[in-house]
Design a protein around this ligand. Structure first.
Ligand code: ZN
Length: 301
């Protein structure tokens, strides 16, 4: 899904997922093709990423159990597939699940991890975002992901098996409940959807802020790491790739501010912006929620 063209069916699915109103589960329509199968790969010794089946999952192995970041799309099959992937690298129990934000493709199996005995940790704004959940029209019986049993405001440290993992909330960015997960001994971070190989998703209904996003990536870049596991995408980002992603966010916001300053009306804002050197935003991406949010963030009244 990185920078190569996606097949039409996959592009349609992506557009559908990204066009889903914030607060709703990002579940594809019944007729859409299933998401990519899950696959696990090593990022560092003792650190793995699982792609497919929703947002990326990160797995930190310690001698006393596993710390897992994000738990895939809601559903027993996605959970079972994830655990099967994890079992190929470790028989240890999952002691912690960190939920980077409330979107169901990351938080969908929180209840299953809780039932299996994991402690679930998220930023303190996350429960209020879950409260906004409404099931998608194509899956009306879907219920909101379960709440975490531990929340934190700005930082939270997990110690397990002699290893330290630090959770940080720097600013509202992709949502107002984002967590960045830092693995200091491995010089790696896991960012949830603050990094996305396809394009950033501005969930203004979930408290997003491009300005905050830039701040959060700047603060993340102050940490000592060389691999950043994104929320979506097959490969970790390098520092240079994160700097480039952050620069595109700043360019987008600068361009929007210039248009608002030039009195471009809201309904002409997106069409007025040069976007082709930033990301290939899918059809339907710039819905009213995102257009209204960008216009307001750029100073529009
Ligand atoms: Zn997300």
């Amino acid at each position: 899904m990185r920078l190569r063209p996606v097949p039409a069916a996959a592009a349609a699915l992506l557009a559908l997922v990204l066009a889903a109103p914030a607060g709703q589960a990002q579940t594809p329509a019944a007729a859409a093709p299933p998401p990519a199968p899950q696959a696990i790969k090593a990022v560092k010794p003792g650190l793995f990423m699982v792609t497919g089946g929703g947002g990326n999952t990160t797995v930190r192995v310690t001698s006393a159990g596993l710390i897992v970041v994000d738990g895939k799309n809601p559903g027993q099959t996605f959970y079972d597939d994830l655990m099967a992937q994890i079992r190929t690298v470790s028989p240890q129990p999952v002691k912690y699940l960190v939920v980077t934000h409330h979107h169901a493709d990351h938080s969908g199996n929180t209840g299953r991890f809780l039932a299996a005995g994991a402690k679930v940790v998220a930023q303190r704004n996350l429960p209020a975002e879950l409260d906004k959940f409404t099931p998608p029209a194509n899956n009306p019986t879907l219920t909101a992901p379960a709440r975490p049993d531990v929340t934190y405001a700005q930082t939270y440290t997990i110690g397990l098996g002699g290893k330290t993992v630090r959770l940080m909330h720097f600013a509202a960015a992709h949502t107002d409940a984002d967590t960045i997960v830092y693995f200091p001994d491995l010089k790696a971070v896991s960012t949830g959807d603050e990094l996305n190989a396809a394009n950033p998703n501005f969930d203004y209904a979930g408290g997003a802020s491009i300005a905050g996003w830039i701040t959060s990536l700047d603060d993340t870049l102050k940490l000592d790491w060389d691999q950043a596991i994104p929320g979506h995408g097959a490969e970790p980002f390098t520092r240079a790739q994160v700097v480039a992603f952050r620069g595109k966010l700043a360019t987008l916001l600068d361009r929007a501010r210039a248009q608002v300053k030039a009195s471009t009306p809201k309904d002409k804002l997106v069409a007025s912006l040069k976007l082709d050197d930033l990301w290939p935003f899918p059809a339907g991406f710039w819905n009213a929620m995102r257009t209204d949010g960008l216009y307001a963030e750029a100073g529009g009244k």
